[in-house]
Design a protein around this ligand. Sequence first.
Ligand SMILES: Nc1ncnc2c1ncn2[C@@H]1O[C@H](COP(=O)(O)OP(=O)(O)OP(=O)(O)O)[C@@H](O)[C@H]1O
Length: 882
Amino acid sequence: MGKTTDSPGPGSRPDPVRSFNHWKKKHSHKQSQKKQLRKQLKKPEWQVEREVISRLMQNYEKINVNEITRFSDFPLSKKTLKGLQEAQYRLVTEIQKQTIGLALQGKDVLGAAKTGSGKTLAFLVPVLEALYRLQWTSTDGLGVLIISPTRELAYQTFEVLRKVGKNHDFSAGLIIGGKDLKHEAERINNINILVCTPGRLLQHMDETICFHATNLQMLVLDEADRILDMGFADTMNAIIENLPKKRQTLLFSATQTKSVKDLARLSLKNPEYVWVHEKAKYSTPATLEQNYIVCELQQKISVLYSFLRSHLKKKSIVFFSSCKEVQYLYRVFCRLRPGISILALHGRQQQMRRMEVYNEFVRKRAAVLFATDIAARGLDFPAVNWVLQFDCPEDANTYIHRAGRTARYKEDGEALLILLPSEEKGMVQQLLQKKVPVKEIKINPEKLIDVQKKLESFLAQDQDLKERAQRCFVSYIRSVYLMKNKEIFDVSKLHISEYALSLGLAVAPRVRFLQKMQKQPIKELVVSQDNKVSEPRAPSLTNDEVEEFRAYFNEKMSILQKGGKRPEGTEYGLTNGISDEDEEEKEDEEEMEEKLGKSKGSQPQSVASTDESQKNKEAAVQFLDRGDEEEEEEEEEDGLGADFFKVKRHNVFGLDLKENKALQKKEASKSTVKKKVTKVAEAKKVMKRNFKVNKKITFTDEGELVQQWPQMQKSVLKDTEEEDDAGGINLDKAKERLQEEDKFDKEEYRKKIKAKHREKRLKEREARREANKRQVKSKDEEEAFLDWSDDDDDGFDPSTLPDPDKYRSSEESDSEDMENKISSVTKKKQGMRKRNNSQVEDTGPTSRNRKKAKWETLEPLDTGLSLAEDEELVLHLLKSQS
Ligand SMILES: Nc1ncnc2c1ncn2[C@@H]1O[C@H](COP(=O)(O)OP(=O)(O)OP(=O)(O)O)[C@@H](O)[C@H]1O
């Protein structure tokens, strides 16, 4: 079989035509690829980004929570992922894993997880992605609002946002109280992501022109249960009113709110509830070891001192229930020099100082921070070893947040709660109910260092310190007294005088409300002797008293807030004298004690106090109506129970939330009823009160009475006689009356117009007459003065001269007088000109003649003086005239 000539043999060369075709095909393909790439490269950035976004969004629906372990497993923008990586966040925590996907899908989320479990990133990542998706720019204004309950927490969140979102182009702002409002107002309009405290935000909403949230896409409430509780209720309601209904809402907290009412306020749409640790054995971090000790009140300071002495290399936070305790004990402990640096953080410090303390404590490796509950929530101080709760927390939730300042994100930590014997049972029970595992440990009495004597000596030398000790004492007692849970907080079980001694005081300061309280049970005892002897019990507050207290505290708050800034409590070495402010505080306390006394007083007293309480209630309502910057200040000033009235004031009165709300509703409904009063109702009221309009009455010269205002109207007069107002306002009658009044008015008006016209005519006639007269006169004058007008160009009016012709009769006419006056002067002038003054008869009507005639009728006055003397006389007369 021969081979075909076409097919190349094994050693033959390839067909050049075919090779060329092959090469051509390849080349054109490459070319078209290059072309496409070039075309793509030419696309504007935003368009490329939009394509990326649409690809990411397509992946949102595919998110499978079980497959996610890293942030990069979520369909996130490169910018966000880069930010997370740079901040060393790679693996997700449980709450992040479960909520980020839902939030990306645009759902409303309620997230709850233990303290330190990473909730901040769980909402910050969706925040960044939400604006990225919308390609938000600074000109789009406010896109996301993140609200935090305290300034420190807002600041901390802002810092994390800055770190994670640094690759994005959005602008972020921190708006908290204690800063220059004007400065903030200038910038607030350009902010895309706003981290803020509720009060300050509302203040800007109210006061900053152009600031609005109409474009808002997302609202985040950090520590949502706190923000939605009574303390921020009014502020938050007002804020929510200013927000668009169509938005995404994210709520996060370690103790999430389950109140349907709270959530309804936010108008959430089918929210996703994510309780990460709902089924966990404990509600606190597993790495947190929790203990409590029971000791007497008078031992507590020595216990604290001993604790610090044995933990000199550790970082600890000690929680107190009031600012005044922090202020006093901080000073005293600084003097005791325990060998560790001590810091203090509370709401009475100025903002700058608060920030300084916060940052200092973040930086320090070993230190102790004395704090009120403003530091209880959310703050992420690194590497805190111990949380010591010096005063029993208000409730289990507060305990959880306080203790959560340690053992954060996989770290270990220890929490120690100091309880009084009277607090132990109730509190431990509450904690166990909330799945908080606490164990009792005992104090080693040998290790206890008693500092009472040292404190006594400090106070003996320092009057200011002594006064602070007294205030600390009263403040603590009051905080216990005002606690809601009376089973745990029983003021009557406190060893008051021993406690005072432990503070270094020689005697316990007088606490009037306690004295009054103590008398009360004795009275009760006496009364009940006939029946059976009952044990004296701690008095419980009646609702009225609660109301009164509420009013009092609100009033006090408003006074405090209106007042100037408070001095920094943490500065050491103040003057010894009692400051005005301190005096004021003392007075406030006494005032409150007075009130307590009154509320427990006898019948007539209680009547008096009802009036007062009414007044106070009004003050309270006013306070509630006030703007929210103040409200926020108030919350923050004392923190959660930091001072006696701040946060606690909302729930320490023995009322539960429902009752409180009912009370508020009642007040609100009262005010709305007031608002709804119509003008008709008002008019009826006035009529019933026989209200009479003021009358202005004057009398004519003849003694006739004239009522000027309001003008008497016949119709009204008639009607008032006929009026029977028993049935209120009769609209038909009123109409008739109005018509009659209208007629009357028109008639009156016509009369007035007629009178005016007549007056006008008369005036015109008079004017004409006057004009004629003047015309004649001016003609005469013109003629008379023609001759010497050149000489008299200084405008001198000779008529102003006194009459030198005394011999002339005063009965002569005015014109003659005038002429005479003129003549005397002209005579002089004539004299100067050496004129002939001989008498000439008036012979003709010519001007010249008339003038002459005039001159000639004048009697020359012979003064008998020389010319120069005459001149002087005239000058003298002129001067005296002017
Ligand atoms: N994915 C993560 N990887 C590493 N560290 C993380 C991660 N998420 C959070 N953290 C760290 O965990 C700590 C606690 O986080 P965060 O403050 O968000 O907790 P939280 O749940 O908000 O606590 P709290 O309830 O007290 O407010 C922070 O120091 C944070 O940097």
